[in-house]
Design a protein around this ligand. Sequence first.
Ligand code: NCD
Length: 302
Amino acid sequence: MPLLKSSFLDLQGLSIEKIHQLFSLARKIKTSGLPPKFRGETLGLLFFEASTRTRMSFETAAYRVGLGPILLDGGLKTSLEKGESIEDSIYNVAAMRPRFLVIRCGDDVDLKEVAQNISVPIINAGWGKQGHPTQALLDAFTMVENLGDLRGRKILFLGDIRHSRVAASHFELLKILGAEIALCGPEEFMPLKHEHKYFGQLSEALSWADVAMALRCQFERHVTGVHFSKETYRAQFGLNSENLKKFSSKGLIMHPGPINHGIEMETEVLNDPRCRVLDQVTHGVYLREALLRSMMGQEYTE
Ligand code: NCD
């Protein structure tokens, strides 16, 4: 450590060793906690797209580390309403010298370029369709905590993979961690190009997998509309207690949230003992605290 000195926009350049170091730190935080050591500085949170889990998870992690979270909520009254651009908003908050900027925005913003123009490191909290690296890390941390080493483990992504930045980051991360990936869902939800195993039948996919990661149907990103109705999706690919009989008794059912109940999964699935959906959220705070501490340097990890 430090894991990273500058911005954290994607998972490129992370080795399996560094990822496991980060997981060890998250585990230490989970089991015994670490004292807040960073009082007097701030963490800028700039959310230009909707968020519940990611934003509040970073806010919680900031408090636990000792950074004061300052929030620009793109949905509420800000100078965006007066026509100020997202880029200008970021530069102005950066000028207040927070320790880091946690940013969620669309594909229209070039976060890489923005990061080059400021000295404050940026953490990607969901960038358009490109990636959501801390979500992939917290999901993988949840898998490791339950299953151990992921090498050779079979991870199934189910649903709207084409529009999912979570899946995009997982493809990078799980490759580094040595897991096997398969996809299942309507063909129009599959990435245009991919190198993974594909299942058209949910029952076959569930028999294959150690982890079933359902993904939200990203209706807001379906620019041309989809031909698949919600009812057909639910009938063919929605998880329920009946079709989950095909799934391993030691398997994990996951979803990054928010869940469309009665589309990706029935509400009853949340009570299945294999379901880890709320554990993902809890682990998200540990993982993000570990990331902030490791980006701050060694002295904040002890
Ligand atoms: C995801 C996101 O925003 O990319 N949610 C999250 O951060 N927990 C997934 C989604 O919106 O479907």
